[in-house]
Design a protein around this ligand. Structure first.
Ligand SMILES: NC(=O)c1ccc[n+]([C@@H]2O[C@H](COP(=O)([O-])OP(=O)(O)OC[C@H]3O[C@@H](n4cnc5c(N)ncnc54)[C@H](OP(=O)(O)O)[C@@H]3O)[C@@H](O)[C@H]2O)c1
Length: 270
């Protein structure tokens, strides 16, 4: 299928690994000129080089943290006028004891997982509106829709992002600016591997679920409590084609939706 976005300028904020990188690759495959950002520069530069070589499109890497004003300004300077914007960020780590989640931790979560994406959207919407065409896709999380006791510092801030997108998408759809969210479930990505091996996260989860503080005990608990009907965890490219589709000309009638991609883990109708 021709996605109808050849030659469009696309930003993948959070594009050096995982679902962000896979989405960047699908946009490059569709012929987009790319700007990709991430915090860690060596991996970012390597990703940009590999994508440019594989798909023959220009890929500009921008080392920038989307959760800071300085980082966002670096992104804005590198690509002032994108047609397509996709954003993902790493939220704060899984929490331990819920009663130890402080106001300061909430502020950090909101700054990263809500204000960062909103500020990037807010910066680019006027140009998209003026040009009469734009696509915005947030890669958020299924815990925005399915509350999870261990994802207090990710889910609630992203639920607010969904609420924001639901309103703002209807406001700008008449101008050809189309916004949607994708809510991933469990995916075997670089970010997931980092989480699984991080001693602090293992300690948090062991405290929360009253388990021995070992990787084995925590992994066993998650295997037993996260039943995925497909029988396997997703890989990044199980999500990326949907992200590229929502960024495409073909998505012009899909507005303010939240697409869950989780192998069927959460049995909800809406
Ligand atoms: N994997 C899962 O099982 C799972 C489950 C539910 C939800 N999710 C959500 O899905 C999204 C993608 O996850 P993933 O597993 O693909 O993660 P990943 O493998 O860690 O990839 C995330 C990408 O975003 C970049 N990034 C993270 N924070 C950033 C920031 N503040 N500013 C700029 N770039 C940033 C990372 O590079 P740097 O680290 O170098 O910045 C990397 O390029 C995340 O929002 C995650 O919460 C994932």
């Amino acid at each position: 299928m021709d996605l109808g976005i050849k030659g469009k300028k696309a930003i993948m904020a959070g594009g050096s690994a995982g679902m962000g990188r896979a989405t960047a690759e699908r946009l490059a495959e569709a012929g987009c000129e790319l700007t990709i950002s991430a915090r860690r520069e060596p991996r970012l530069r390597q990703a940009a080089k590999e994508i440019a070589e594989k798909y023959g499109v220009p890929v500009t890497p921008v080392a920038a943290d989307s959760s800071t004003e300085e980082g966002r300004n670096a992104l804005f300077a590198a690509c002032p006028d994108p047609d397509i914007l996709s954003i993902t960020i790493k939220p704060p780590d899984p929490n331990g004891d819920v009663l130890k989640v402080t106001a300061e931790m909430w502020r950090g979560a909101i700054e990263t997982a809500l204000i960062g994406p909103i500020e990037i959207m807010r910066h680019y919407i006027p140009g998209m509106k003026e040009r009469g065409w734009g696509r915005i896709v947030n890669i958020a999380t299924f815990s925005a829709k399915n509350p999870m006791i261990w994802r207090l510092l990710s889910g609630p801030a992203r639920s607010a992002l969904l609420n924001y997108t639901a309103s703002v998408s209807r406001h700008f759809a008449p101008h050809g600016v189309i916004m949607n969210n994708i809510l991933p479930g469990m995916f075997a990505t670089e970010g997931f591997a980092e989480h699984s091996e991080d001693d602090r996260i293992i300690e948090n989860l062991a405290e929360l679920f009253e388990l021995p503080p070992t990787q084995e005990a925590v992994t066993k608990h998650f295997r037993e409590t996260n039943v995925i009907p497909t029988g396997f965890m997703g890989v990044a490219d199980d999500l990326a084609p949907m992200a590229a589709f929502l960024c495409s000309e073909r998505a012009r009638y899909i507005v303010g939706q939240n697409i869950v991609i989780d192998g069927g883990q959460y049995p909800t109708i809406f």
